[in-house]
Design a protein around this ligand. Structure first.
Ligand SMILES: *Cc1c(COP(=O)(O)O)cnc(C)c1O
Length: 712
């Protein structure tokens, strides 16, 4: 430990456990840290590194002599050691010796735990879940990303209903990471590598986080050796400044390769999660050219073991840089690749005319032999979208496949649900969520117990929301309508719908308000009330989406919905846990073909929440007819206004005629058996398929092993 009390010898490995994020998805390890000092645990945001720094010596001494604590400690340590040895893992038993090195996974963001705030949303959560499942399966894997001192941002809503962005500096001393080249009494990071950004040179340091045996290498430019502007280069995620974004992507792609080399890591497979990191292919090609290869030889070598996953079906969602900016940063680089300016620019152009911008997705598609989209439908949309890159093939044969996203069940499942699953399906549940017979087995869970668990989870959510409303009223002197909008009047017995997602126009947060009077009638029904909880951030530069957020908030605060609409501020992983466990229905209304996959509805399903969604993204393949509800039909040739009208009508009709009646149809003890039947159908049909274990196994067998074999 860098400071804090000295750990008693008997429990000395707590520090090692605290610095390995494996604890965050191991229920026993969580219990262990919680048991040390529960109030401190809560105050410190469930961060064991911080807890060990702040806990007093008496508490530690007491733990070290408490037999119950020690037996839990020993059990956690032995589970941890078993994970670290990995001899019986899925990968070791199914594919022994089949990869000559790790899979290097490059991602702009990673969402592992709130104590490491280096993510914005879905892409980061997917990356985090992928790393965790890779760890569970024993796959050799390293992550490459950024350590942003300010992360994304924290969201507050003003009394007038506008999003305010609050940036806070991370206290590195309390983060579960360690610097590779420590300076200043081992708490700060020194330079590891250097790279050229246009005419100047920047130093990059690396922080490392651990997930079991997996290391996340997080690059950082905030070093004394750098000029002030460069120190700020990687301060925040997704800055709106295009030039800064290009610089970040150079650091991620080119710097990431150099950092792995400097660390002596020799990957067998290189995986670009989204186009942000596509420059990594160029850097590896440059190395080959430096060793005497021609550019064509170099490229064919590196593309063979490169995997690219695209996540965006919306053209505007792809990173595109103007030619002048590319020239400014790459005019020397294309020389070092041994190619002309035109040949270089063409790598990022679909058609190749002089003035076409440089597209990172095009670069990745052209330079990776293994390409995939993230749901079946998204695969289809993606093949159509990029058909121009393979003009001589038919649309069906465009070489982009799909691997549907999945969620890391141990991260997202509620303690109460684990209890039920283990009791009725067996202790080893967490190792076999991806087995198909789950469907039969779930039926064994008695409705009464399932209903109790569901009710507890809803109470917890509403308790957390009212607590926040109370804090807001005390600390920020919120107005009465703000307190109302924060959910102070929510009722734990009412049917609760969650609309929880990034605010973006294509997700249509306003769809449910298409006919405000009709909605008000549904919501404020005396005998069968409905409430709706909203949460989500707008990108700081996305003004139309901020307006949407404002409008929703305004209706919650002043719309005459009797406190049955609420908005939870600052949607992050922590709040996501409460929401994906605590509501009854998960609402998703994207405009068709705009949602690549979506994963939050999968988390909800794990916890017995029913999906109510447009058949887009994962729900296009997830909906079975009996495991939730589909809004509208799957026609994709709507005019936007017709689409809104038809979907709103379908949504109201489903609520009025199916969802509300089903939820309130109870036996004498108040248990809604038919509802719970559907819940079981949903768990059994969704969890085995839309979990990260299935996803990562598919990546291994369909992408990583073929790519790894290509290595010469
Ligand atoms: C799961 C998750 C997401 C992704 O959800 P979508 O279904 O893509 O909307 C985004 N943000 C957080 C914090 C999450 O936990």
């Amino acid at each position: 430990m860098s400071s804090g009390s000295v750990l008693p010898e008997r429990i000395a490995r707590l520090d090692e456990l605290a610095h390995n994020l494996w604890w965050s998805w191991n229920p026993q390890a969580r219990t262990l840290f919680r048991a040390l000092d529960y109030p401190l645990w809560r105050l410190g945001g469930h961060n064991p590194v911080r807890q060990l720094r702040e806990i007093n010596a008496e508490k530690l001494a007491a733990a070290a002599s408490d037999p119950d604590f020690l037996s839990l400690y020993d059990s956690v340590v032995s589970a941890f050691d078993a994970r670290m040895s990995d001899r019986n893992s899925w990968f070791a038993t199914h594919h022994p010796g089949s990869l000559q090195g790790p899979v290097a996974y490059f991602s702009m963001e990673f969402a592992i735990h709130n104590s490491l705030p280096i993510y914005a949303g879905g892409l980061g959560v997917l990356a985090g879940d992928q790393c965790k499942a890779a760890c569970d399966l024993g796959l050799p894997f390293v992550g490459v990303g950024f350590m942003y001192p300010q992360g994304y941002f924290r969201q507050q809503i003003s009394a007038e209903g506008w999003q305010e962005e609050v940036y806070t500096e991370l206290d590195f001393d309390q983060a579960p990471i360690k610097p590779v080249n420590p300076v200043h009494r081992s708490i700060w990071c020194g330079p590891l590598i250097q790279l050229e950004l246009g005419d100047r040179s920047v130093h990059v340091g690396v922080w490392q986080g651990q997930l079991g045996k997996i290391t996340l290498n997080l690059m950082c430019c905030d070093l004394e050796e750098n000029m002030p502007d460069d120190r700020q280069l990687c301060a925040r995620l997704y800055t709106a400044d295009q030039e800064q974004r290009l610089q970040q992507e150079i650091v991620l792609g080119i710097g990431g390769v150099r950092a792995l080399r400097a660390l002596g890591i020799e990957p067998a497979v290189w995986h670009a999660n989204e186009g942000h990191s596509a420059f990594m292919v160029l850097e590896r090609a440059r190395e080959e050219v430096e060793n005497g290869a021609t550019f064509d030889e170099a490229l064919s070598k590196v593309r063979a073991n490169t995997v690219f996953t695209t996540h965006t079906p919306v053209p505007a969602g792809h990173d595109v840089f103007p030619i002048w900016l590319m020239e400014k940063y790459f005019y020397r680089y294309w020389e070092s690749l041994g190619i002309s300016r035109e040949a270089f620019l063409e790598l990022g152009q679909q058609h190749g005319p002089e003035d076409e911008d440089f597209n990172m997705t095009v670069l990745a598609l052209k330079t990776a032999d293994h390409r995939n989209a993230v749901s079946r439908l998204h695969g289809k949309v993606t093949r159509k979208m990029w058909h121009g890159l393979w003009p001589e093939t038919g649309e069906y044969d465009v070489p982009i496949s799909h691997i549907t996203n999945g969620v890391h069940v141990p991260t997202w499942v509620a303690r109460e649900m684990v209890g039920l699953y283990e009791k009725h399906l067996g202790d080893e549940m967490s190792q076999r969520f991806d087995e198909a017979d789950l469907r039969e087995e779930v039926l064994k869970i008695p409705n009464e117990e399932l209903w109790t668990a569901r009710s507890v989870l809803k109470r917890k959510l509403i308790g957390a929301m009212t607590e926040r409303a109370r804090q807001c009223s005390v600390q920020r002197e919120c107005t009465a309508s703000q307190v109302l909008a924060m959910g102070a009047l929510l009722d734990p017995n009412a049917l609760t719908i969650g609309f929880v997602r990034r605010f973006a126009a294509y997700k249509r947060p306003g769809l449910i308000f298409h006919d405000v009077e009709r909605l008000r009638k549904i919501v404020t029904d005396t005998w069968r009330p409905v409430q709706i909880v909203f949460a989500g951030k707008s990108h700081p530069a996305d003004h139309p989406s901020k307006q949407l957020l404002h409008d929703v908030y305004d209706l919650a605060a002043h719309g005459g919905f009797q406190g049955r609409l609420a908005f939870v501020e600052d949607y992050d992983m922590h709040i996501a846990h409460y929401l994906t466990q605590g509501v009854d229905v998960w609402l998703n209304t994207p405009r068709r073909l705009k949602e690549a996959s979506g994963t939050s509805g999968m988390k909800a399903a794990v916890n017995g929440i029913l999906n109510l969604s447009v058949r887009d993204g994962w729900w296009h393949e997830g909906y079975s007819g009996t495991n939730g509800w589909a809004i509208g039909d799957s026609v994709d040739t709507y005019d936007p206004e017709d689409e809104d009208r038809a979907d709103a009508e379908s949504l109201y009709r489903l609520l009025e005629e199916e969802i509300v009646p089903l939820y309130y149809r109870r036996d004498r003890a108040g248990v809604p058996h038919e509802w719970l039947q559907m819940v079981k159908e949903s768990i059994g049909s969704i969890v085995p398929i839309f979990c990260a274990r299935r996803m990562v196994k598919e990546y291994v067998e369909r992408m990583y092993l073929p790519a790894g074999r290509q290595r010469s």
